[in-house]
Design a protein around this ligand. Structure first.
Ligand SMILES: O=P(O)(O)O[C@H]1O[C@H](CO)[C@@H](O)[C@H]1O
Ligand SMILES: Nc1nc2[nH]cnc2c(=O)[nH]1
Length: 292
């Protein structure tokens, strides 16, 4: 028997939420977008919007973090039906890891095929500058090392298999496409491909932890995304994820710098337009791409 804390919302709970949402809108989304800290402006690009406050959606958690508005927005982007989370959930908010990732399963039940995840992250790679964009090619799941994985508990076969692979978590074709689109948009100078490391937060990292993560092969660090990727891959959706490098992780003992959420949100605002253009162009091309 699994302890209650690892059972999470049931398939029936997820279905009830998805059915409720589908009864409220005619939009049948194929792309699901998650906005990172300070990146909620992405949702405003959707046309013909139908927006739901998280507090009005059955079984949905509430956003508690500044920079995460707490709205689920349906609409079209370049004519493509999308659903966008303006605000995600994090482990440090006190939600179970199953609750943090519940919206991803709801995406699946809404009919989403491709998930586009964004986040704000600290740069560990010394070549990265504040404002750079990193396309995520792989991750290091530190909470997962300690058994905190969103698939812990009885496996729900209606979503996926017990032991999904993660070596193919980040869709290679979508990564190539994102790189090409980034270069077309003139972002080549500040676009990277790298490894994202997730921690539980909410405290930022120590200097020793930053050095360790960099030595382990991580290029950026954050407190989200990876759990969503695992759940999305478990139920067979394709994933593209990107980090906006909102601050440089502190790696030296003589540095006076301190990571802070205000800088994270400010950098989000600074790069909002470019990020919106990248996401819009990707959504525009994803369907063409899927049809190949
Ligand atoms: O990953 P997102 O949701 O963008 O948020 C990032 O920004 C917050 C810290 O400033 C943390 O929640 C971190 O994970
Ligand atoms: N853990 C972590 N999350 C972030 N989110 C944005 N910047 C950072 C950072 O430096 N560290």
């Amino acid at each position: 028997m699994f302890p209650e804390s690892t059972t999470g919302p049931s398939f029936e709970d997820c279905s009830a939420t998805a059915e409720w949402l589908l009864s409220q809108t005619d939009i049948r989304p194929l792309v699901g977008i998650v906005c990172g800290s300070g990146l909620g402006g992405l949702a405003e690009m959707l046309k013909d919007q139908k927006a739901f406050k998280y507090s009005n959606i059955p079984n949905f958690p509430q956003s508690t973090v500044h920079g995460h508005a707490g709205m689920l927005v349906f609409g079209t982007l370049k004519g493509k039906p999308c659903v966008c989370m303006q605000g995600r959930f994090h482990l440090y908010e006190g939600y179970s890891i199953q609750k943090v990732t519940l919206p991803i399963r709801i995406f699946k039940l809404l009919g989403v095929k491709t998930v586009l995840l964004t986040n704000a992250a600290g740069g560990l790679n010394p070549d990265y500058k504040v404002g750079d964009i990193m396309l995520i090619k792989d991750h290091i799941n530190i909470p997962g090392f300690a058994g905190n994985n969103p698939l812990t508990g009885p496996n729900e076969e209606r979503f996926g298999i017990r032991f999904p692979s993660m070596s193919d978590a980040y869709d290679k074709e979508l990564l190539q496409l994102a790189k090409a689109v980034g270069v077309e948009l003139g972002y080549g100078d500040f676009l990277h491909e790298g490894v994202y490391c997730v921690l539980g937060g909410p405290s930022f990292e120590t200097i020793a932890e930053c050095r360790m993560m960099h030595k382990l092969g991580a290029d950026a660090v954050g407190m989200s995304t990876v759990h969503e990727v695992i759940v999305a891959r478990h139920c067979g959706m394709r994933v593209l994820a990107l980090s906006l490098i909102t601050n440089q992780a502190v790696m030296n003992y003589d540095s006076q710098k301190k990571a802070n959420h205000e800088e994270v949100l400010e950098t989000g605002q600074l790069r909002a337009e470019q990020l919106e253009r990248l996401v819009t162009s990707m959504v525009d091309r994803i369907e063409d791409h899927n049809n190949v």
